[in-house]
Design a protein. Structure first.
Length: 355
């Protein structure tokens, strides 16, 4: 089995960050989303992976390379325009050959992994298998209508009146039968080759299409709020590890990770929290569910439930909560200590917050 990861989207809902970095490289617990995705795929036993990229190909390649450091082998394919998920399958046709494959949207986080779904697919080997999860409001998703035996009867994209609550969550398993379906469909009203249309073509042709219900944590990391929530979920799994330097005047509470080269001086860190390599935390307070990236500097600041990306700095900033601070951004000021701040600050930004 091979895998195909789709990483060509523009990430408009994650602006300003997606102006300067692919949304799939947003760090969750100090690791890019794509690394988590590739780890999930590797755990299924699949190591031959194709990645569909767009205009941010160079940045994704710089982050992942040939995949050897992650224990996989990566082949890159360029999609010049967002022409649909089924179009991605056609781009990678020669790579996929006659192998079964797992297709995974590169901005989706499934913290429990997809090994169970992969095992089910290998055991039964239907023409296609979709991974679904029950959602409160199916109208915002593609919905699978499934019978009592788990066989898909119909797929409907964002139905106004849903017949069920099982949403497609961006993970699919296919046999080579999908290539015939992709070749048979035409672009949708929005000009894209829809993977749901291709799967529906298989259903209509009498092929077996099954659904696997995923019950773990799932999040599409398409919005800042989702990124923060996903960060919280992963940080809750932290195991305490102190590889950096922590002075005697500092207090570390609970599951805290201080990576190599980091320095914590006269500060309090309450876990779960992570401080990246070569960062400096001085006279500061870091609260739960906070990720501090590599080479950051925090002085006289307090921050909780937030993500601070690599090389960012906070100086004299009190009460930062529910925020994301971009790479090499600088935030300073606010010496009142009387209010809570919520900021979304893009890369290389400078912000001064008055008291």
């Amino acid at each position: 089995m091979k895998a195909l990861v789709l990483s060509g989207g523009l990430g408009t809902r994650l602006r300003p960050f997606s102006y300067s970095m692919p949304k799939q490289l947003i760090p969750i617990a100090n690791r890019p989303v794509l690394e988590h995705v590739l780890e999930n795929i590797r755990e299924t036993g699949v190591t031959d992976i194709g990645i569909i990229v767009g205009d941010r190909e160079a940045e994704i390649f710089a982050a992942l390379g040939d995949g050897s450091q992650l224990g996989v082998r990566i082949t890159y394919f360029r999609q010049d325009a967002p022409l649909g998920l089924a179009h991605c399958v056609s781009i990678a046709r020669t790579f996929l050959g006659e192998d079964d494959f797992l297709m995974y949207l590169g901005d989706n986080m499934l913290t429990a992994g997809v090994t169970e779904a992969a095992e089910q697919f290998r055991d039964r080997r239907p023409a296609a298998q979709v991974v679904v999860q029950k959602v409160a409001d199916p109208r915002a998703f593609g919905v699978a209508e499934v019978d009592a035996d788990g066989v898909v009867q119909r797929l409907v994209e964002k139905p106004q009146y849903p017949a069920g609550d099982l949403a497609l969550i961006g993970v699919y398993f296919f046999t080579p039968a999908i290539h015939r379906a992709v070749a048979a469909i035409v672009p949708s009203a929005r000009g894209e080759l829809e993977i749901t249309d291709a799967i529906q073509w298989l259903v209509d042709a009498g092929a077996e299409v099954r659904a696997h219900e995923y019950t773990g944590y799932w999040k599409d990391t398409g919005r800042v709020e989702d990124v923060l929530d996903c960060n919280r979920e992963l940080l809750d799994q932290l195991v305490r590890s102190i590889d950096g330097a922590v002075d005697d005047e500092s207090l570390l509470i609970g599951p805290v990770v201080v990576e190599a080269g980091a320095k914590v001086v006269r500060s309090t860190i309450e876990g779960p929290a992570i401080v990246g390599a070569d960062s400096v935390i001085e006279d500061s307070c870091i609260g739960p569910h906070t990720s501090i990236g590599d080479e950051c500097v925090l002085r006289g600041s307090s921050v909780s439930y937030s993500i601070v990306l690599d090389r960012a700095s906070l100086s004299g900033v009190e009460g930062l909560h529910g925020s994301v601070v971009g790479r090499s951004a600088a935030v300073s000021g606010n010496d009142s200590g009387q209010r809570t701040l919520k900021l979304v600050v893009g890369d290389h930004t400078q912000v001064e917050v008055a008291a």
